[in-house]
Design a protein around this ligand. Structure first.
Ligand code: GTP
Ligand code: MG
Length: 200
């Protein structure tokens, strides 16, 4: 995918108050500090989403319009212990409201750390999205941290727990899996378009 323009279209901090956008949306969800913003930046080949070594950096929904055609939504991470219970509840309501109600949302990318695998939060998110009929794909990121043998072990362990869900391996550090993930995201965002049209 050739990214020619990326425009920050605004942020959402309150449930129900979102930028007024019309393009298909793909949202990126995952544990705090898992690498959501880095993955978005890698796909877009520029630093648009703010990344940090400190967890809990993305605290709002950030909307980015790509090629005036498609919107990426960077969601706040879950599972970060060092925020107050009130703030965590607020984030959860904000994210859940968006995932349930956005008319433009076409799919969700659930990002996990390839070294950690799946935890209860991911199982809950799968269940939540399935209940609300939201398509999702799972991306295991930070693949550069494992050797080939370890990656294969993780691939088998994850595949066994994800019957039917597409699984991708990725690294924002070296770009592993980028082209394959782009293809999957375009297919989610534009399901009616054939591959020729999607990649034109
Ligand atoms: P929050 O917004 O705080 O929830 O974090 P996030 O999920 O957006 O993570 P972010 O992209 O800020 O990355 C967190 C840390 O992981 C940073 O130090 C990144 O440099 C590092 N990181 C992200 N992706 C990769 C990757 O593919 N490989 C390696 N080695 N490090 C990564
Ligand atoms: Mg972030």
């Amino acid at each position: 995918m050739k990214v020619t323009s990326v425009e920050f279209a605004g942020a959402a901090t309150q449930p129900g108050i979102y930028p007024n956008l019309c393009h298909p949306e793909i949202a990126f969800a995952g544990r705090s500090n898992v690498g959501k913003s880095s993955l978005i930046n890698c796909l877009l080949q520029r630093k648009v989403a703010r990344t940090s070594a400190t967890p809990g950096h993305t605290r709002q929904l950030n909307f980015f319009i790509i090629n005036n055609h498609l919107t990426f939504v960077d969601l706040p991470g879950y599972g970060y212990a060092k925020v107050s219970k009130e703030e965590r509840t607020h984030w959860q309501k904000l994210v859940e409201h968006y995932l349930v109600s956005s008319p433009s949302l076409r799919g969700v990318v659930i990002i996990i750390d390839v070294r950690r695998g799946l935890a209860t939060e991911e199982e809950m998110l799968f269940h939540f999205l399935t209940c609300h009929r939201r398509p999702f794909v799972v991306v295991a990121t930070k693949c550069d941290k494992l050797n080939r043998e370890q990656l294969e072990q993780q691939r088998q362990a994850l595949a066994a727990r994800l019957p039917g869900s597409p699984l991708f391996f990725f690294s924002a550090r070296d770009g592993t899996g980028k082209a394959e993930l782009w293809r999957a995201l375009l297919a989610l965002a534009f399901p009616a378009a054939g591959p020729q049209t999607r990649y034109a």
